[in-house]
Design a protein around this ligand. Structure first.
Ligand code: ZN
Length: 466
């Protein structure tokens, strides 16, 4: 809602606030208190609130104390001004307008990495800020496994005769439909709202302050899936144990786990046969003309089209991870200094050609499409694909406990899934590490088997038998 020229004021405010918060947190007094509490912590069960709180506070402290407040402020300011540069560059479709901001961001990232012990994988430091405890080497192995399998699934999944859901979808009706979805999936009364935006997100000030945003494009029904996605993020925060409120444990534990929840509602629920068996009649009530002649199976095929495209946020669930992998590889090259920022557009276009078989016609549809690097978020992208991978592991765990999950969804009953996720995962907040959280919920470490099995069964198996 801020007018564009408000950006400069916000950049200064963010720099000041982040510097002040950082200085208070890394003060000697906090360090002394954390030291004094070591015996107290050892006297509590490792899973107890006290021990978890102290462990997380100490981890945060030990990272933050290494970063000088001046650098912290500079990172915040560079993020805000980089974002403005990116907006201009994207509008003008001119990478050169963004290049100085990107060079500056990478320079600051290198100074940030230098605050920590030297390692063989400088990227570990950056990744840890978004997915704590996840080594780059593990991500590389998981992504290599995906790279080995996804291209074949993309080819086999091609369904050129699949119907499409294009038409004239009135924005007001879409708005009502998005409300209906959130009401059906379920949040506590009086604790949520939904508003329009350009780039959907979910935020809020606590478990009972849920703000979902979505977009409405009259030519298609993408708003439905954006709403389901943001609902998944919102539900995670909504179901954190209220006893953790206003502590470092009181929100989702990592971006990867967060994305596992948004993707679960968007894809494993929202793009399932069971869901469309239930929801097709409701959709047809709002859009009788557009849905005429389309069966539930037709809609299911339409919303599951697999086709390489240029834009990550519009990608289908099979090609999506390839978009992420190419960004992960490029940012490691940038951080290591093996790729010059000015050569990034060419490197980008080459990878898009290699992984998706597409030519990139413009920077706007290529290297300038995402905002992350402009904000200084280097190491963020992998969490999207980690979320995809974990969503399938968590889904298998739900199905083991709720064997009639499909029937329940087909009957429009979402409470069993919502409550399972709340009890087993969301309630924990950030009490356990991301890896321990996943192990607790899915019974083991992150692995690509469940996700690849899900994609194959859905996009290859079904059609080869039909
Ligand atoms: Zn998301």
């Amino acid at each position: 809602m801020m007018p564009p020229r408000g950006q400069a004021h916000r950049a200064e405010q963010l720099a000041t606030l982040s510097r002040a918060a950082h200085e208070r947190f890394v003060s000697e007094e906090v360090g002394r208190l954390l030291d004094e509490l070591r015996d107290f912590e050892a006297g509590h069960e490792p899973d107890s609130f006290e021990a978890c709180l102290l462990r997380v506070a100490r981890e945060d402290y030990e990272k933050d104390v290494r970063v000088p407040p001046e650098l912290r402020a500079e990172l915040a300011r560079a993020g805000a001004t980089g974002y403005t540069a990116w907006i201009k560059a994207r509008e003008a479709d001119d990478f050169a307008l963004f290049l100085p901001a990107l060079e500056h961001a990478l320079e600051l990232k290198r100074r940030y990495i230098d605050c920590f012990e030297p390692t063989d994988e400088p990227y570990d430091v950056l990744l840890d800020d978004f997915e704590r405890g996840m080594p780059t080497a593990v991500v590389r192995r998981l992504f290599d496994e995906l790279k080995g399998e996804l291209p074949a699934i993309v080819l086999e999944a091609a369904d050129p005769d699949a119907p499409t859901l294009h038409g004239a979808f009135d924005a007001d009706e879409q708005r009502l439909l998005s409300r209906e979805i959130v009401e059906l999936f379920g949040l506590r009364d009086g604790a949520w709202r939904i508003d329009p935006t350009v780039h959907p997100f979910a935020s809020g000030a606590g478990v009972d302050d849920v703000r979902i945003t979505t977009f409405y494009h009259p030519g298609n029904l993408d708003s439905l899936f954006a709403t389901m996605h943001e609902y998944g993020h919102a539900l995670y925060e909504h179901q954190v144990d209220p006893g953790l409120d206003r502590t470092p444990l009181g929100s989702g534990v990592s971006l990867g786990l967060h994305e596992s929840q948004s993707r679960l509602w968007e894809n494993l629920v929202g793009r399932s046969r069971a869901f469309w068996a239930f929801f097709r009649p409701r959709l047809a009530q709002r859009f009788p003309r557009e849905l005429a002649g389309l069966s539930a199976e037709d809609v299911y095929r339409a919303v599951n089209r697999v086709e390489p495209t240029l834009i990550r946020i519009e990608a289908d669930e099979v090609t999506y991870s390839l978009h992420v992998i190419l960004r992960f590889e490029l940012e490691q090259e940038l951080v290591a200094g093996r790729l010059e920022p000015r050569s990034l557009p060419d490197a980008w276009n080459e990878k898009v050609h290699a992984y998706l078989g597409l030519e990139v016609p413009s920077a706007r549809e290529g290297v300038l499409q995402d905002t992350h690097w402009s904000l200084g978020y280097v190491g963020y992208f992998p969490t999207y694909a980690l979320g995809n991978i974990m969503s399938a592991q968590i889904w298998e765990a739900v199905v083991a406990d709720v064997p009639d999950l499909d029937e329940r969804i087909a009957a429009g009953e979402f409470a069993p899934l919502r409550e399972w996720l709340g009890q087993r995962l969301h309630r924990l907040g950030a009490s356990l590490s991301p890896a321990d959280t996943l192990a607790r919920v899915a019974g083991g470490p992150i692995e690509t088997g469940s996700y690849l099995r899900y994609l194959r069964e859905k996009h290859v198996g079904a059609r080869s038998g039909a």
